[in-house]
Design a protein around this ligand. Structure first.
Ligand SMILES: [Zn+2]
Length: 481
């Protein structure tokens, strides 16, 4: 493989140190040297990085790129925002057995590096089958642990959970602790979409800390948020709770995506599963700011509803918002329903988001998949760099890069990545700090960002002068033993 010289850029090495003018030489899949004034050697490809930032590739600690990756191996929406490693198997759902999935990925070849958690929900579903709406018995928990053991041996980074969703929702904390102990034995991480991201978010964060403490492993809160009006403004309190836990020796961190709206199923608007409870829906709607906050981003029973808010639909159909929700739920949930829905809900306040973004122990993630219907899938990293670094100065550029690179690399146990240093893998992104920004919106969620020109994965350009090269140099990253 010929070597590449990235010349004339400002190197931000991922550690949080300020940038310095330097050239970066890449040979094969590694960074060979970083120094000012490097001369091109014969046959070497020179990439002009003049006036641009050269940084380690971004490591997305909460990615859904495993959905459909074998059909979309170029992962364009991820690569174009500078992501070189996607951490999948999130929210309690993972490919199982991982060993088979890794074989398939290797046979197909993909553009970015991949690492995965083992999902608690997947374990639960395997052992309990359709009869999962209950606590598991001791024997069943033992079976789940045996499967977790198998997946940790296949290189999973740790255990993920999604306690707000089926089937994780029905798990008692002790069941999760038992599975997390298996991850702990292999020096893995516990990572969780917590049980409640709305009114009882603080209680849900406390459960993460309790699980980490009992199972004796580090933990990470996924896409941390305060998603309803009763908990708005509590970000400082949440960060204090996490800092207190760290002081007692419970190593807890979080990741966050830079949007004030989430995307999920409409059913998470109420904490109970009682769809007929009109008062609960009414309350749930009020707490997220009313029917104007809920936009249908997928709705297969009537595609004309897609892109409309519940407030708009109420106006056009003459039905009230709760009746509409119940119609949607009837067509998409429960026995015999075949429809699919998803909603984008603006339910967080930006002040909390900025407080989380600025905290040293919070890293950046997307929570996005390939061609997501939420703009986070295409815009998260450039949005942090444009909106929150350049425009609003919520955090400095070196600190933002650290939260996208070395912090997640260390947290996920990815050796030799996340910093630009001689000998490390050459996962590199080149961008223009003056122009980088997201363009994805809810109306056009896969619109590519601007200002990111080159992305190298393991030394191979996958984005070159703004064009996808079609190269698929991604590697599978297993937990370091
Ligand atoms: Zn999630």
């Amino acid at each position: 493989m010929p070597s590449i010289l990235l010349r004339g850029g400002t190197v931000l090495d991922g550690t949080g140190k300020p940038g310095r003018r330097a050239d970066v030489r890449v040979t094969n899949d590694r960074v060979r040297e970083i120094a000012a004034g490097l001369k091109a050697v014969p046959g070497e490809r020179v990439i002009d990085a003049g006036g641009k930032v050269v940084a380690p590739g971004f490591i997305d600690t909460h990615s859904h790129a495993d959905g459909g990756l074998l059909d979309t191996p170029d992962a364009e929406t991820q690569i174009r925002q500078g992501i070189t490693t996607a951490i999948v198997g999130q929210d309690g759902g993972s490919q199982m057995p991982l060993a088979d999935y890794w074989r398939n990925v290797q046979a197909k070849r993909v553009a970015l590096n991949l690492a995965s958690f083992v999902g608690h929900g997947t374990l639960r579903r395997k052992v309990l089958g359709d009869d999962y709406k209950r606590a598991a018995t001791a024997a069943e928990v033992a079976k789940m642990c045996a499967l977790a053991e198998q997946e940790m041996r296949a290189g999973a980074l740790g255990l993920s959970s999604g306690l707000e969703y089926d089937p994780g929702l029905y798990a008692e904390t002790d069941e999760v602790i038992a599975c997390a102990r298996v991850a702990a034995k292999h020096r893995g991480l516990y990572i969780s979409h917590v049980r409640d991201e709305e009114n009882d978010a603080l209680g849900a964060f406390r459960e993460v800390i309790r699980i980490a403490e009992a199972a004796r492993l580090p933990a990470q809160i996924s896409h941390i948020k305060l998603g309803s009006s009763p908990v708005w403004g509590k970000a400082p309190e949440v960060l204090r709770m996490m800092a207190d836990a760290r002081r007692r020796g419970v190593d807890v961190t979080a990741d966050v995506y830079p949007y004030t709206y989430w995307q999920s199923t409409i059913t998470v608007i109420i904490p109970t599963r009682n769809w007929s409870d009109r008062a609960a829906w009414q309350r749930g709607l009020a707490e997220i700011g009313g029917p104007g906050s809920v936009l249908l981003s997928t709705y297969s029973p009537d595609p004309a509803w897609k892109g409309k808010t519940l407030a708009q639909l109420a106006k056009s159909t003459g039905k009230d918002a709760v009746t509409l929700i119940q119609e949607i739920v009837n067509k998409t949930q429960g026995p015999g329903a075949t429809g699919r829905e998803s909603v984008v809900v603006t339910a967080m306040n930006e002040k909390d988001l900025k407080t989380f973004l600025a905290d040293r122990h919070v890293m950046i993630s997307t929570d996005g998949g390939l061609r997501s219907t939420h703009p986070r899938g295409a815009g998260s990293y450039p949005r942090v760099l444009g909106r929150y670094v350049r425009e609003q100065r919520v955090l400095s550029l070196p600190e933002a890069i650290r939260k996208m690179t070395s912090l997640p690399a260390r947290r996920m146990g990815l050796a030799g990545r996340g910093t630009l240093a001689a000998g490390n893998r050459a996962d590199i992104v080149v961008f223009d700090r003056a122009t980088v920004r997201d363009t994805a919106t809810t109306a056009n969620p896969t619109a590519p960002p601007v200002g990111i020109s080159h992305v190298l994965v393991n030394g191979v350009p996958v984005l070159d002068g703004g064009r996808m090269t079609g190269a698929r140099p991604g590697q599978i990253l297993l937990r370091r033993r």
